[in-house]
Write a protein that binds this ligand. Structure first.
Ligand code: HEM
Length: 204
C-alpha cells in the first residue's frame, strides 16, 4: 500500500474516532442528551471506548490476511483513541458525577463491583498507552509484546464491567463479549496457521 493510501486510511480513522465525541458535544449544546445527560455521556463514552478497543484488536488478525498488512498502521491510533474515550468516561464519572468526592467514590468502589472492574481495565489501558511509543518498544524488547497481551485482559474486564452495569437487557454486552472472545481466539498460537493450512488443503 502506498504512503498516500495509508495517509487516507489514517485520516478516515481519525474522523471516525472523533465523530462520537463531536456528536456528544453537538447533542449537549442542543440539549439533546436525554433527561440525564451525565449518564448519557457515561454510556456513550464507554461504548465508544469499547468499540475502538475492539477495532484496534481486530487489526492484527486482519493484517494476516494477504494485502491487508497496512491495517497494522491503524492499531496504535485506534488503541490511543480507545484510551482517550476511557479517560473521558472516567473524568465524567469522577469529576461530573461524583464532583471529586473521593469518600463517596471509595464507598461506591467497594459496593459496586463493576466500577472496580472498569478501573482495573483503565489501569491496563493506561499502561498500554504509556508504553505504546517506539522508545518503550525498544527499551522493553521482547517483554513489550508480552506486556501488550494485557490488551486482551483489559477487553475481557471491560466486557464484564459492561455486563454487570446493565440491569435488564444483556444482549448487547453478550454480543460484544462474543466478538472479543472471537478476536482472542484467532490470536491463540497456531490458530491462524491452522486456518490457512486448511484453506490450502481445501483449494487442492
Ligand atoms: C475508569 C474506570 C471506569 C469507571 C468508573 C466506569 C464507570 C461506568 C459507569 C458508571 C457506567 C454506567 C452504568 C449505568 O449507568 O448504567 C459505565 C458503563 C460502561 N462502561 Fe465504564 N467505567 C470505567 C471504565 C471503563 C472502560 C476502561 C471502558 C472501556 C474501554 C468502559 C466501558 C463501559 C461501557 C461499554 C459501558 C456500558 C455502556 C452502555 O450501556 O451502553 N468503562 N461505566
Amino acid at each position: 500500500m502506498s504512503r498516500l493510501s495509508t495517509f487516507w486510511w489514517q485520516l478516515v480513522a481519525h474522523i471516525g474516532a472523533l465523530t462520537p465525541l463531536a456528536l456528544i458535544i453537538w447533542n449537549f449544546t442542543q440539549d439533546q442528551l436525554t433527561a440525564n445527560p451525565i449518564r448519557a455521556i457515561q454510556l456513550r463514552t464507554g461504548r465508544s471506548a469499547l468499540v475502538l478497543l475492539m477495532l484496534s484488536l481486530a487489526c492484527t488478525p486482519l493484517s494476516k490476511v494477504p494485502r491487508l498488512r497496512w491495517v497494522l498502521k491503524l492499531r496504535r491510533l485506534l488503541g490511543l483513541y480507545a484510551f482517550t474515550y476511557a479517560s473521558l468516561h472516567l473524568l465524567n464519572f469522577i469529576g461530573i458525577d461524583y464532583g471529586f468526592n473521593l469518600a463517596l467514590l471509595r464507598k461506591d468502589l467497594a459496593e459496586k463491583y463493576f466500577i472496580f472492574l472498569g478501573l482495573t481495565a483503565f489501569i491496563c489501558l493506561l499502561l498500554l498507552a504509556i508504553t505504546s511509543t517506539k522508545g518503550w518498544q525498544q527499551r522493553l524488547g521482547k517483554n513489550w509484546q508480552r506486556l501488550h497481551w494485557l490488551v486482551y485482559l483489559a477487553a475481557l474486564l471491560v466486557i464484564t464491567h459492561f455486563f454487570l452495569s446493565v440491569k435488564a437487557d444483556r444482549r448487547a454486552p453478550l454480543l460484544y463479549g462474543a466478538i472479543v472472545l472471537l478476536l482472542l481466539l484467532v490470536r491463540l498460537p497456531g490458530f491462524l496457521k491452522t486456518i490457512s493450512r486448511r484453506r490450502h488443503q481445501f483449494k487442492k
